[in-house]
Design a binder for this molecule. Structure first.
Ligand code: FAD
Length: 342
């Protein structure tokens, strides 16, 4: 019976006793859904030596934490994590489970959906509740990003979604918040696991600090050519920010694919985002629209990027960017042996 299922769950991804930021963002999003439904929000912690993380999950918004601490859960593996999560879901019957759209989150969510014979919306960028029907509305760009599709799971429970990192906002940490930690045990043995983790090799292919940068300077096709695009790098260097680009810039070979921002690239939420010679196509905007301040430079005053910009400069970027570089360089001062802005 669908009505037996209650509560909103967030799968908490962690490694080396540190919670991934996307899980904190999902606790923020899950809090809103749980409040609307008037049900508790729970965080699901699976791992080895993870009990100390329970209070952090509560501090970021959860009312409850379901926890399984077991040596076999030390490193992520589909089989062991799936067993843990399915055990909890069958016992406590949540109506919604959210996962980060990370490699492990996506892997686990799809395995759990198959085993529980329920639906899964992948790569969601918006979540809401239809209160009347008590349904999760999971929205994501579809048909090449031309429309937003809202996907419902009407007949099966739990309703599940993976959510892109950096799209939702984490709540402020509140260490006074009280919650309940429910510890469960399951029988797992290393011998029965079909896969063994022999070694973990850190991902060294990520050459950018794009996702974590406070300032991102993004250049678009409007920069004209690879040579002029170097102005984007120079502005980023001057500001101590990271460089990004649109897909068209990547396709033109002016920038590495890892630095593409948008639906098929990175999602960024810096404090300041410069969009220079960027038209503002929806597939680009979904990857940057949550930046705190957006400064757009475009020679076309009707360019869609101005619809999401905090400040807009209408003009030729090739002339404006060197002026900005000069002005910012002029504003640099020496402080404690380092260059900074006044
Ligand atoms: P353009 O659209 O060509 O815009 C150039 C802009 O520069 C114009 O607004 C023009 O007015 C301005 N301009 C020209 N000269 C100057 C000048 N001298 N000074 C100032 N302004 C000037 N795009 C992404 O970015 N990221 C994605 O992840 C992504 N994924 C996609 C996925 C799919 C399935 C599809 C179909 C498309 C995707 N796209 C993506 C492509 C997207 O639709 C746009 O084509 C792309 O974002 C446009 O890039 P642009 O703004 O650099 O170029």
């Amino acid at each position: 019976m669908i009505t037996e299922y209650q509560g909103v769950w967030v799968f908490i991804e962690q490694s080396e006793e540190k919670i991934e930021h996307v899980s904190l963002e999902l606790l923020g999003a899950g809090r809103k859904l749980a409040d609307k439904l008037e049900v508790p929000l729970a965080g699901i912690l699976l791992g080895d030596h993870i009990k100390s993380l329970g209070q952090t999950v509560i501090a970021y918004g959860a009312d409850e934490v379901y926890l399984i601490d077991h040596p076999v859960l030390k490193d992520y593996r589909t089989e062991s994590f799936m067993k843990g999560l399915i055990f909890l879901a069958e016992k406590y019957k949540p109506e919604i489970i959210l996962y980060g759209a990370t490699p492990n989150g996506k892997d686990l969510a799809s395995a759990v959906a198959t085993d529980l014979s329920t639906g899964l919306t992948a790569d969601t960028t918006m979540l809401d509740i239809d209160l009347e029907k008590r349904l999760l509305e999971a929205s994501r760009p579809a048909f090449g990003g031309n429309i937003m599709a809202t996907i419902l799971c009407k007949k099966h429970r739990p309703q599940m979604a993976t959510v892109r990192p950096k799209v939702m906002k984490a709540l402020e940490r509140d260490d006074q918040k009280q919650g309940k930690i429910i510890e469960e045990t399951i029988s797992l043995s290393e011998e029965s696991m079909r896969t063994k983790v022999l070694k973990i090799v850190k991902d060294v292919t990520k050459i950018s600090n794009l996702a974590d940068a406070h300032i991102v300077v993004c250049g678009g096709k409007g920069m004209g050519d690879a040579k002029s695009f170097e102005l984007i790098q120079e502005l980023a260097n001057t500001l101590g920010g990271a460089v990004g680009g649109t897909r068209d810039v990547v396709e033109a070979g002016w920038l590495k694919h890892e630095l593409q921002i948008g639906q098929t690239g990175e999602t960024v939420t810096p404090k300041i985002y410069f969009a220079i010679g960027v038209s503002g196509a929806i597939q680009h905007v979904v990857g940057m629209k949550n930046s705190e301040m957006i400064i757009a430079i475009n020679k076309d005053r009707n360019a869609p990027i101005f619809d999401v910009a905090t400040y807009g400069i209408v003009g030729d970027a090739i002339q404006i960017v060197p002026m900005l570089i000069e002005q910012f360089k002029g504003a640099l001062i020496e402080k404690g042996g380092e260059k900074t802005y006044a």
